[in-house]
Write a protein that binds this ligand. Structure first.
Ligand code: ATP
Length: 247
């Protein structure tokens, strides 16, 4: 199966602090990988390296079989939902303007077409924000803002979706809808990387889990991680990981 992301011997530091140490992992086409680990473990940093926003200190990072720093057109195939960006402070944009950014990235900032609007409508309906499309983003609740950011990333129709704690502040109903959406994307052979602290939910949804705390502790299916006691090693507590993955 095609490797969409391949990371070898990755190291990164901020100032003198080593944040990632010898991380090796991969994400296959159509695979749903969740990254878990305690606060400050380096998860967001790893995502930013995969997206190409941060250049690592050392190591190989390939996305779509190319060095991530050399991606050109392929960069548009990556949809990224960052953790708590404070867009609203700077931009008085409406919901639909932010979702449109996802389409503009793909169509090279050309005038939006009928097709672009169709996609925007679909993702806004999926994230239940169509009714607030004319509202100013900065005036929405935290959960509503998060849905807009997810819709923006989905509007790109990405081949690789990278999500940094996307469901924080989102109500349970919308969270369920969101996971259903992720399942649909997986069926379309899209790859997904999700950082989340919600171990219970994600262990039901994902193909593999990567446990990170500076180093990669384990990279395997949720059941395998439970057997190896990686969560205990990671969090220093005895974790009961509930895996009810349906066939
Ligand atoms: N731009 C930066 N400059 C300096 N240090 C940073 C920077 N970004 C992150 N760090 C530090 O690097 C470490 C890892 O941060 P990171 O955000 O990657 O962790 P995380 O696993 O995503 O944490 P959380 O679960 O709390 O979101 C933290 O100690 C953080 O303070």
């Amino acid at each position: 199966m095609n490797k969409i992301v391949e990371i070898k011997n990755l190291y990164h530091r901020y100032d003198q602090d080593l944040i990632l140490e010898n991380v090796n992992m991969e994400v296959l086409e159509g695979e749903f990988l969740a990254i878990i680990g305690p606060n400050g473990a380096g998860k967001s940093t790893l995502l930013k390296i995969i997206v190409g926003i941060i250049k690592p200190l050392k190591g190989i990072v390939k996305v779509f079989n190319k060095d991530v720093q050399s991606l050109k057109e392929e960069r548009k195939w990556i949809g990224y939902v960052p953790q708590k960006p404070d867009l609203e402070k700077y931009l008085p944009l409406k919901v639909k303007d932010i979702v449109a950014l996802g389409r503009r990235v793909v169509n090279n900032w050309q005038k939006l077409t009928y097709y672009d609007f169709e996609i925007m409508d679909k993702v806004m309906e999926d994230m239940e924000i169509k009714s607030i499309e004319d509202k100013i983003y900065g005036e929405l609740s935290g959960g509503q803002q998060q849905r807009v950011l997810i819709a923006r990333a989905l509007a790109q129709e990405p081949k690789l979706l990278i999500l940094d704690e996307p469901t924080v502040g989102i109500d349970v109903k919308t969270q369920n809808k969101f996971y259903t959406l992720l399942r649909d994307l997986k069926k379309q052979n899209k790859s997904i990387i999700l950082v989340s602290h919600d171990i219970g939910i994600i262990s039901k949804e994902v193909d593999r889990l990567a446990c990170i705390n500076r180093k990669l502790y384990l990279h395997g299916c949720p059941e395998e991680i439970q057997i190896h006691g990686a969560l205990k090693e990671l969090y220093g507590e005895n974790f009961l990981l509930l895996t009810h993955k349906e066939e």
